[in-house]
Design a protein around this ligand. Structure first.
Ligand SMILES: Cc1cc2nc3c(=O)[nH]c(=O)nc-3n(C[C@H](O)[C@H](O)[C@H](O)COP(=O)(O)OP(=O)(O)OC[C@H]3O[C@@H](n4cnc5c(N)ncnc54)[C@H](O)[C@@H]3O)c2cc1C
Length: 402
């Protein structure tokens, strides 16, 4: 067994976007980090692609936002659309240009964001990366936390002052804390298809982020620099194999936009989506962040963003403890500030977005669309809607909690 008892560091479980951003921040505060990632390399999952303006504000000081903007596709407007008629409500991110240098929803894959941060951390002398290392257990006392992990069959024990559980929805850290992850699973299967088909050349006035009602279902279209991501939703009865079947996907894509040629699909994945949250995030010297603490419907693109906001808030608290003599009550404050935001701003909004888009009754859809169009035609309401959906309101509400 490899034992490292140097406790002058923070241990981070999980090299997804949340763990990586926490490591970037801690290192910038001068705090050593050991980042433990079960996979052999930086997380390559493509799940998230929407980055909201406040997240770009937060990542700016580290040069991450500039690189993401360089490689991504800004959506300066986004829309909710009746696909059959082309009627729509269009939200203009320019309405919040006074609060950010990034008045757009950036479309940039989670995997690329992780690659940027992974590269920065690999060159960082304050950060030790342990790939291929899976945390299995930990113990904590008044001074430190020791994790026990499996590194390619070898047992590793590492000690640190804190453990951040950023190890995603199936978190081992959460499991070891024996916490329940209350909530439920949505009935539909979400299939994420990436294609080189240029929807923008075929669908009139489509925005780079478009949520669409279709005859008897819904889908969303998100534009990346050289391709589009289409989120399709299939009933529970369909098996993952059936949902991913090429003929089935081709027929669904043809129903969205008829094309004389077959769609060139470059990636397809199927997900089950849950809405869950833990009771509290701080447990002594062990703290949860991101999907390990809360998960939600992806409609509105808030899960990863919310996790990055957790990392931002939590690392600020750890810095205060590390350098200014703060105590563990700061970790409790982190939990008090971030958990209600996950519940009220992220999960609730995401659930409402999903409900609105899964509505099938034409009358109710029309009423929703009219309401949204009313909002976009009133300058004050339009701005208020965007401050909320872009996650600024949640951040302000968290700061107000003492
Ligand atoms: C279809 C879909 C689309 C989405 N789109 C968006 C979007 O546009 N915008 C948005 O904000 N969010 C979106 N999300 C949500 C987003 O993907 C997640 O919120 C985000 O990945 C959470 O990041 P994380 O770092 O907390 O966890 P993860 O990304 O899950 O990373 C956790 C990491 O921990 C590692 N790990 C797990 N167990 C261990 C262990 N025991 N030891 C060591 N390492 C471990 C894993 O290998 C993984 O690398 C979407 C989700 C889905 C399903």
């Amino acid at each position: 067994m490899v034992i490292d008892k140097n406790s002058e560091r923070v241990i981070i479980a999980g090299g997804g976007p949340v763990g990586l951003f926490a490591a970037v921040r801690l290192s910038r505060f001068g705090i050593p980090v050991a980042l433990i990632e079960a996979a052999e390399m930086v997380n390559t999952d493509i799940r998230a692609s929407t980055i909201h303006p406040p997240t770009l504000d937060m990542m700016e000081p580290y040069g991450i936002s500039a690189r993401a903007v360089d490689g991504g596709m800004p959506a300066r407007q986004w829309q909710i659309r009746m696909h059959t008629t082309g009627e729509k409500a269009v939200f203009d991110m320019g309405c919040i240009a006074d609060v950010t240098d990034y008045p757009f929803r950036l479309q940039f894959e989670q995997s690329k964001l992780c690659a940027i941060m992974g590269e920065m951390l690999a060159a960082d002398p304050l950060v030790q990366m342990y790939y291929g290392t899976k945390i299995e257990a930990f113990e904590q006392d008044d001074e430190s936390v020791t994790i026990f992990a499996d590194q390619n069959g070898e047992r590793v024990a590492l000690t640190g002052r804190f453990l951040i559980g950023a190890d995603g929805a199936t978190s081992s850290v959460r499991e070891h804390l024996d916490l329940s992850f209350e909530g439920s699973m949505y009935p539909e299967r979400t299939v994420l298809v990436t294609t080189t088909f240029p929807f923008h050349e075929h669908l009139d006035d489509i925005s780079n982020v478009s949520y669409c009602w279709d005859t008897d279902g819904n889908f969303s279209l998100l534009r990346l620099p050289d391709r589009w991501r289409v989120s399709l939703y299939f009933p529970e009865g369909l098996s993952p194999e059936e949902a991913l079947d090429d003929k089935h996907l081709e027929a669904r894509l043809q129903s969205i936009c008829a094309s004389s040629q077959a769609f060139n699909i470059t990636d397809k994945r199927v997900y089950r989506v849950h809405q869950r949250i833990v009771e509290r995030y701080d447990h002594g010297r062990v703290v949860l962040a991101g999907d390990a603490a809360h998960i939600n419907s992806p409609t509105g693109g808030m899960g990863m963003n919310g996790g990055l906001h957790d990392a931002h808030n939590l690392t600020e608290k750890i810095d205060k403890i590390w350098h200014e003599g703060g105590d563990l009550s700061l970790l409790a404050l982190y939990s008090r500030q971030r958990k209600p935001i996950a519940e009220r701003e992220i999960m609730l909004q995401a659930d409402r977005n999903r409900k609105r888009m899964t509505e099938k009754d034409p009358e109710k859809r029309r009423a929703s669309l009219l309401q949204l169009q009313k909002t976009t035609s009133d300058a004050e309401k339009h701005r208020a809607y965007l401050m909320k959906s872009s996650m600024y309101d949640g951040l302000a509400a968290a700061t107000a909690i003492t």
